[in-house]
Design a protein around this ligand. Structure first.
Ligand SMILES: [Zn+2]
Length: 281
């Protein structure tokens, strides 16, 4: 574990997890992307009262919830994320728009369910601040503990951006607004869920913003000729050499769909017949 403050640590992994010990309670911010990681963390933390705070409901952030719940921890998240944590099949359901196909039933998209409660049901110690940073998911929330902010997926480290090539989001405007909010928050440490903790996240935030802009522009450009959403996806994935699997195709389609509805609010694109998009005249 990396020590980031007096009683604050991070356990690095494919999804970083925050740990904070206040008033004899250990708070765990997200529970990692797999059961092995969560079991290790539980052993490291040891006995005593524990509380899980989820930044959002994506499977790679809640995969260890059940393990902590079985060890007596209660789980909390924001109102709109709670139903997804309680019913993880909703992730595949919203990505696909109906009962999930086989590819979206893998653990990458579907964690084990846990009985999450809304943040309004917990009184946190005064050192804690919950900061709403929606856009990546419906109601993602960063958790700031003293001088350490656990940012969830509000932004991505540059190596992560290069590896995954696009920053997943469901609402472009809210995602960009959340980046602006995050930039103004004064903190000693910024911990993205994917990437390295840093005392200066501005370069990574700027790179995240530039990558989003790049995809919004690519979406607009792809509509030089009329296209259906899935044609926009294949056009951009080919042009940018993005490898899609049977499952990640639906993540990418969700991301591109968010770009389209954002461009529609800017009056840059329009739907001319059902499902068919073009640049606005
Ligand atoms: Zn996420």
């Amino acid at each position: 574990m990396n020590k980031l403050g007096n009683d604050i640590w991070m356990k690095g992994g494919s999804t970083n997890v925050g740990i904070a010990n206040f008033d004899d309670i250990v708070y765990i911010i997200d529970t990692g992307s797999n059961a092995k990681f969560a079991k290790e963390l539980l052993l490291e933390i040891g006995k005593g009262q524990k509380i899980v705070l989820n930044t959002h409901s994506h499977a790679d952030h809640i995969q260890g919830n059940r393990i902590f719940e079985n060890a007596g921890a209660k789980v909390y998240a924001s109102d709109l994320e709670v139903p997804f944590i309680r019913n993880p099949q909703l992730e595949g359901f919203y990505l696909y728009g109906a009962k999930s196909p086989k590819a979206l039933k893998l653990s990458f998209y579907k964690a084990k369910s846990s009985n999450a409660h809304p943040f309004s049901e917990i009184i946190l110690p005064s050192q804690f601040e919950l900061i709403s940073l929606p856009g990546h998911s419906l109601e993602m929330t960063a958790v700031k503990v003293e001088d350490v902010i656990f940012c969830g997926d509000a932004y991505f480290g540059s190596t992560v951006l290069e590896k995954y090539s696009y920053p997943y989001l469901v609402d472009v405007k809210k995602f960009l607004d959340s980046l602006t909010i995050l930039e103004k928050i004064d903190s000693k440490w910024y911990v993205p869920s994917h990437g390295e903790p840093t005392d200066d996240p501005h370069e990574d935030i700027e790179k995240t913003r530039a990558t989003v802009d790049n995809f919004v522009n690519a979406t607009l450009e792809s509509l030089n000729t009329q296209k259906y959403v899935e044609e926009v996806c294949s056009h951009i994935s080919q042009k940018m050499s993005i490898q899609l699997s049977l499952g990640t195709f639906y993540l990418f389609r969700s991301f591109i769909s968010a770009n389209l509805s954002y461009l529609e609010t800017l009056k840059e694109v329009e739907q001319i017949t059902p499902g068919l998009w073009q640049k606005a005249n």
